[in-house]
Write a protein that binds this ligand. Structure first.
Ligand SMILES: [Zn+2]
Length: 65
């Protein structure tokens, strides 16, 4: 994640919490170079594999009933 102030790519995460009912993660970051603080939002694109497997099992059960 690039710093908006100095474009340095090394930052540390101060705080991370889920936002938008778990679909994205909001992170407070601090640049290791200039110490400027910024917030990033990271959208979770893929579902956890366990959730996908559970859905496949459910679909299978629906088909055989
Ligand atoms: Zn910076």
């Amino acid at each position: 994640m690039q710093c908006p102030n100095c474009q340095n790519t090394d930052s540390r995460v101060l705080e991370s919490r889920s936002a938008d009912t778990g679909k994205s993660v909001r992170r407070r970051r601090e640049c290791l170079n200039c110490s400027s603080r910024f917030t990033t939002y990271e959208r979770i694109e893929s579902m956890p594999i366990a959730v996908i497997k559970k859905m496949e099992v459910e679909n299978f059960l629906i088909k055989i009933n």
